[in-house]
Design a protein around this ligand. Structure first.
Ligand SMILES: Cc1cc2nc3c(=O)[nH]c(=O)nc-3n(C[C@H](O)[C@H](O)[C@H](O)COP(=O)(O)OP(=O)(O)OC[C@H]3O[C@@H](n4cnc5c(N)ncnc54)[C@H](O)[C@@H]3O)c2cc1C
Length: 489
């Protein structure tokens, strides 16, 4: 038995970390540093900055370091251990994903959730574990970062991204302030990372006292005894409704536009390495077809989350219940639906996220130049012109942004969209747990090639300058003088 299997017994984290270290040594990871250093006005220029220290940011940072791109730093606005949704606005009890997924492990068995869990609680506990509790997933991500000693700086928000010559300037606030420069920038900014919450028109102008988006910091205790409407039929709608019910809401109505609950998780159903590695190489019309079909059929909420709502007698599901208008009325809301008018104290919009780059101040300098699928990549023969898909960035093969008008912002080729918004171009490899390692590998291969090409003159000069002999000169004797002598006789 080698070290590469998940430990069967609870060997403890220290022993697991020793095994991981030994595997890294066997694989010569991290690889030696190879990017020529660069400075600007005497200050170090980063090779790569990653915005976001959530799962994608961690996987990308780890892969960059493994590949010998060592002058890297990741920033996250959240405090350490609170990155991403897991212990903030994720209101489910467990992950939807099966516990066996290797997620950000980058092909290293000892870096998997399973190894981490089993090392602490043993194989029997692993067998008994059904789904991964969300807080435990966060604990695992915290360990992942620590054990790989990833350079993540917390409580730092990037407030502006400004292309300057062949570099990208980043303005920081929080625990670090000022301006830094980088050669490549990775946006691992999460599901809301390229825009923000998608807010339906009927909520525009309605006082925020009466409604929240599902990703907001909601005071659920204040909903005790209140009547609450939840819009949507996805996972977040169920988890928010359940949280409101568990906090003592007097009534929770699920207002669902569809006539039927989505029941089949289509993309998960066909999940395979073919999908992971093949989707991004498909012709555009096939990419559109897949995403359009799954958007139309919609991902169902998990069964456990749905039962978590329906077990409460004061929860009601209204299907075929589209919302036409919302207005404030006294200390609550009057909602005009296709099933008549309804009255609530509070509304939660579980309406997802949008790719509106213009909605994020940090992208203001580059947003107008970013090419979307609506800028010519989509053609009507592909299928329904779905707004959420038309807004998706039209990315290159390495997750890099492309310019709407060539020559207007060439630095976009050095900014990589490693988040959920890449899905239409790249498949689901930069957001969800199952294929994040494949996504990080694709990303880092691209950054590696791009940095190497940009520095090619320097690498060529190194080639010419390299003068350490491998042969000492005493390993052979040149026979030609002897031959010459013989011929002369
Ligand atoms: C509620 C919920 C439940 C989910 N459950 C599952 C599941 O069970 N299985 C699954 O496979 N997927 C799930 N997902 C999808 C996906 O796995 C998660 O969204 C995951 O967090 C994605 O990781 P990420 O690194 O892309 O983004 P995030 O984890 O959101 O990390 C992005 C980080 O970027 C930081 N950031 C953004 N902008 C800036 C800035 N300007 N400056 C500094 N920092 C910034 C944020 O603070 C954040 O920490 C879920 C998503 C949500 C929202």
């Amino acid at each position: 038995m080698t070290h590469s299997a998940a430990p069967a017994t609870a060997i403890g984290l220290q022993a697991l970390e020793e095994r991981l270290q030994s595997d890294l040594e066997l694989l010569e990871l991290p690889a030696k540093s190879w990017v020529p250093p660069r400075t600007l006005h005497g200050d170090t220029v980063r090779d790569v900055v990653v915005i976001g220290g959530g799962m994608c940011g961690l996987a990308a940072t780890a892969k960059l370091l493994f590949t010998g791109i060592s002058n890297v730093v990741a920033y996250d606005a959240a405090p350490a251990g609170e990155e991403g949704p897991w212990i903030t606005f994720a209101r489910m009890e467990t992950l939807r994903s099966p516990k066996t997924l290797h997620g950000p492990a980058l092909g290293l068995p000892q870096l998997t959730f399973r190894a981490w869990f089993t090392a602490q609680w043993g194989a029997e506990a692993w067998q008994e574990l059904d789904k991964i509790p969300k807080n435990q997933w966060m604990d695992y991500l915290v360990w992942y970062r620590q054990v790989l000693d990833l350079p993540v700086r917390n409580n730092v928000r990037i407030t502006a991204i400004t292309p300057i010559d062949d570099l990208i300037a980043l303005d920081l606030t929080g625990a670090e302030t000022g301006r830094i420069y980088t050669r490549r920038l990775v946006l691992a900014t999460g599901r809301s990372g390229l825009g923000g919450a998608a807010i339906p028109d009927f909520l525009q102008g309605v006082d925020r006292r009466f409604w929240a988006h599902s990703a907001d910091d909601i005071d659920f205790a204040a909903l005790s005894g209140k009547s609450v409407a939840v819009i949507g039929a996805g996972a977040s709608s169920m988890d928010n409704a359940a949280t409101a019910l568990e906090a003592g809401a007097a009534a929770v109505d699920m207002l669902i536009r569809r006539a039927e609950m989505p029941r089949i998780n289509k993309m998960t159903g066909i999940g395979s390495q073919g999908v992971v590695h093949g989707m991004h190489r498909l012709a555009d019309d096939w990419k559109w077809k897949f995403v359009d079909y799954t958007s139309a059929s919609q991902t169902p909420p998990p069964r456990s989350s749905t039962l978590r709502v329906s077990r409460h007698p004061q929860a009601h599901f209204y299907l075929n219940c589209g919302i036409m208008a919302v207005r404030e009325e006294g200390e609550g809301l009057a909602i005009t639906t296709t099933q008549g008018e309804k009255h609530y104290d509070f509304l939660i919009a579980a309406t997802g996220f949008a790719n509106d780059f213009n909605g994020r101040p940090e992208f203001a300098a580059v947003a107008p130049f970013i090419r979307s699928w609506s800028d010519g990549r989509y053609t009507p023969e592909m299928g329904t012109p779905r707004a959420s898909m038309l807004d998706a960035p039209d990315l290159g093969p390495d997750f890099e942004f492309r310019e709407k008008v060539p020559g207007t912002c060439p630095q976009l080729a050095h900014i990589y969209c490693f988040n959920d918004a890449a899905m239409l171009t790249h498949g689901k490899v930069s957001g969800d747990i199952p294929a994040v390692s494949a996504g990080a590998e694709r990303l880092v291969r691209g950054i590696t090639a791009s940095l190497f090409a940009e520095d090619v003159a320097s690498h060529y000069a190194s080639l010419q300058a390299y003068d350490t002999p491998e042969l000492q000169g005493d390993e052979w004797v040149d026979a030609s003088p002897l031959l010459k002598k013989e011929n002369a006789l």
